[in-house]
Write a protein that binds this ligand. Structure first.
Ligand SMILES: Cc1cc2nc3c(=O)[nH]c(=O)nc-3n(C[C@H](O)[C@H](O)[C@H](O)COP(=O)(O)OP(=O)(O)OC[C@H]3O[C@@H](n4cnc5c(N)ncnc54)[C@H](O)[C@@H]3O)c2cc1C
Length: 321
């Protein structure tokens, strides 16, 4: 039977949520599942992939993979795909994967689609739907004349199956092919935030101009810490220099797809909404009942954020403790 390959990203020795979702979807398809785990700690992470559905893991923990270099990763993944010619490779639509997979698609003559929101592998088929025009509409994707399909799924779209820690599998080590590198990554400078990147967060609390001044973001930090959320922002406050650009959500910022998005003091301009329409639930807190964001929000709280947010934080603290 044709196997499904799952490219598994991980951090601090733990599989990322997107990888867990995809392993579950691959397992449920009934086809053999092969995980591809590249980077330091790959052998131990490979064992986790068995718990979530993989039967076999292709691993490489070469020191060349410590810092992401698109040339090295593309060489290695292209080699794996050319050797095994899997019919389908699944990966999370992360920043890394969206940089890596188009290169691999070009080198291996594979079909490629990203930002998918629906995946159906039932009865040996492959049905994929992807968001278009910042989530305003979606398209069903058909693949033609290609041996391998590379499908990048948005995170938070699929359930995570319960792990079976008794499961094991076969580990196969792969080697980085030698090549003349044109680029060398010497250092990666991480942001100061310890919170999950917005593109991976399950809960996001975002703030806008309604916060009046940068110091008031501490209100959102307190709510976010209580909920285990990440903090985002509208472009208005990023442009004003209140918070870094990495926190910007929207058309010219990050596209997010959390289970819960709480917009605080954000009007809901079309460019902001373009980045959040993948959210399962949107809660808007705004003192203006006519604010456009209420037209799209699942729940709206009309009120002064300086009263509402501390109350919410206190209530969540009480109920979650
Ligand atoms: C090409 C282009 C790209 C853009 N890309 C992006 C993007 O990626 N992301 C993005 O966000 N924007 C983007 N914008 C900007 C966008 O059009 C808006 O200007 C911006 O989103 C507004 O930010 P805001 O909602 O924080 O501010 P405002 O529109 O000023 O809204 C502030 C809101 O806070 C409310 N408020 C005020 N005080 C309180 C209070 N005490 N309690 C509760 N509510 C209060 C007000 O009622 C108001 O609704 C882009 C614009 C262009 C032209």
């Amino acid at each position: 039977m044709v196997s499904v390959f799952v490219f598994c990203e991980f951090q601090h020795g733990q599989l990322k949520k997107g990888a867990l979702e995809l392993l579950g979807a691959a397992k449920q398809s009934g086809r053999p599942v092969v995980s591809v785990v590249l980077g330091p700690e790959a052998p131990s992470v490979a064992l986790q992939t068995f718990h979530y559905g993989a039967q076999k893991a292709l691993v490489c923990d070469s020191k060349d993979l410590v810092l992401y270099n698109s040339e090295i990763y593309a060489d290695l993944l292209s080699l794996i795909i050319s050797e095994h010619r899997p019919e389908l490779v699944l990966a999370s639509s992360s920043l890394l994967a969206r940089d890596l997979f188009p290169r691999v698609a070009a080198r291996t003559d594979s079909a490629y689609t990203s930002d998918c929101t629906e995946l159906n592998l039932k009865e040996g088929g492959l049905h994929v739907r992807r968001a278009l025009y910042s989530g305003k509409c979606s398209a069903s994707v058909n693949f033609k004349n290609c041996a391998t399909k590379l499908v990048l799924m948005k995170q938070n779209q699929l359930p995570i199956l319960a792990p079976d820690i008794t499961r094991t599998g076969e580990v196969v080590t792969v080697k980085v092919p030698s090549s003349d590198l044109k680029t060398l990554v010497k250092e990666v400078v991480m942001g100061t935030s310890k919170k999950l990147d917005l593109t991976e967060a399950n809960i996001i609390v975002s703030g806008g101009r309604g916060l009046r001044e940068p110091g008031n973001f501490s209100l959102l930090e307190a709510l976010a810490d209580t909920l285990g959320a990440s903090v985002g922002a509208s472009r208005a406050v990023v442009d004003a220099g209140w918070v870094p650009h990495g926190m910007q959500v929207g058309q010219t910022g990050k596209t997010v797809n959390p289970s819960l998005y709480i917009a605080v003091g954000i009007s809901g301009a079309i460019q902001h909404m373009a980045g959040i329409m993948g959210s399962k639930v949107i809660v808007a807190i705004n003192k203006d009942p006519e604010a456009p964001i209420f037209q799209k929000a699942t729940f709206g709280i009309v009120g002064d954020l300086f009263e509402v947010v501390p109350q919410l934080t206190a209530e969540f603290k009480r109920t979650l403790s």
